[in-house]
Each structure stands twice: as C-alpha cells, then as structure tokens.
Design a protein around this ligand. Structure first.
Ligand code: CA
Length: 160
C-alpha cells in the first residue's frame, strides 16, 4: 500500500486557497488536550470516535462529533462513491459520497484537502495534519457554502 501520495510537489490554485484558509483562524482545531480547539469537543463519545481513526489515515463520520464511522483512507481517494456505508444520507448509493459531517486528519505527514465532487474537483476545504472538524455545518468550503454532507474525494498535500 502506498503511504505517500504522488504529485506532492505540484502547486495548484486549490493549494493557494488552502494556505489562505489556514491563516484564517478557527476553522481547524487541534485535538491536543487543553487547546482552545479542543474545547468544543468534550463529550466522551466524541473522544471515542476520534480514537477509532488510526494514525496515518484521514477519517470521516456520518454525524457531527465523530459519530457513526469512521470511513478512513491512507491514500488519496478520488471517488467516495466506491466506499459503501449503510447509514449514509445519500440513499441512492449509501456511500460516503456527500455523507461526512465530521472529519479528522490523523495523517502522519501531510495536510489534506477535501473536494465537493468526485475526481478531486469542485469546491475545496483544507485541513491541517493532526486537526479535526467536529461539525461541518459550521465550516464553509471555498464556494462559501457549508461543508456538511458534501465531500466526494480528497487529496494529501504539503507533506513533511
Ligand atoms: Ca459533493
């Protein structure tokens, strides 16, 4: 299994947007105990959900606060419709496409960028390595609309 994505040196417009968002402030929270970002995730259930996400992976959950899941990947993934999950809201396919309501970048080396569409296209939302978003209704994608139930693919970038 490939641990590092190809094309890590490629610079795109999406990455430039991501860099801007990283400096914007509260969108991404670190899970470290006692950090300001961790204050919004205090329920034991949430901590349990996060713990299900293995090191080196990006994880997504059906519900806010890391409930119902996770779906998790080690590599870039261009098509979430290939990954079934029975309780996903996309009833036509019951896959992770348009299903994630909370996410965690538990990657070991890279930031990650989520895309609205499959094929790594459409609106984007970046997330730093080691950070999570507990309720995607509170985070907007690059088009200004909330990210909840939208992700269809992802790509690792800015690997260290
Ligand atoms: Ca979508």
């Amino acid at each position: 299994m490939r641990l590092f994505p190809r094309g890590r040196g490629v610079v795109t417009a999406g990455i430039a947007i991501a860099a801007l968002l990283f400096t914007a402030g509260p969108a991404a929270a670190t899970p470290a105990a006692g950090s300001p970002g961790a204050a919004s995730v205090t329920a034991p259930a949430a901590a349990t959900g996060l713990a299900d996400c293995l090191l080196g992976r990006v994880c997504v959950w059906v519900n806010a606060d890391f409930g119902d899941g996770p779906g998790q990947w080690e590599d870039n993934e261009s098509d979430y419709t290939r990954y079934p999950h029975p309780s996903c809201g996309d009833r036509a396919s019951k896959t992770w496409n348009n299903c994630a309501s909370s996410v965690y970048n538990h990657g070991a080396h890279c930031n990650i960028i989520f895309y609205d569409n499959t094929g790594m296209s459409g609106a984007t939302l970046p997330l730093r390595r080691g950070s999570y978003l507990a309720n995607l209704t509170l985070n907007n994608m690059s088009d200004g609309a909330p990210a909840n139930d939208r992700f269809g693919s992802h790509r690792w970038f800015q690997c260290a």
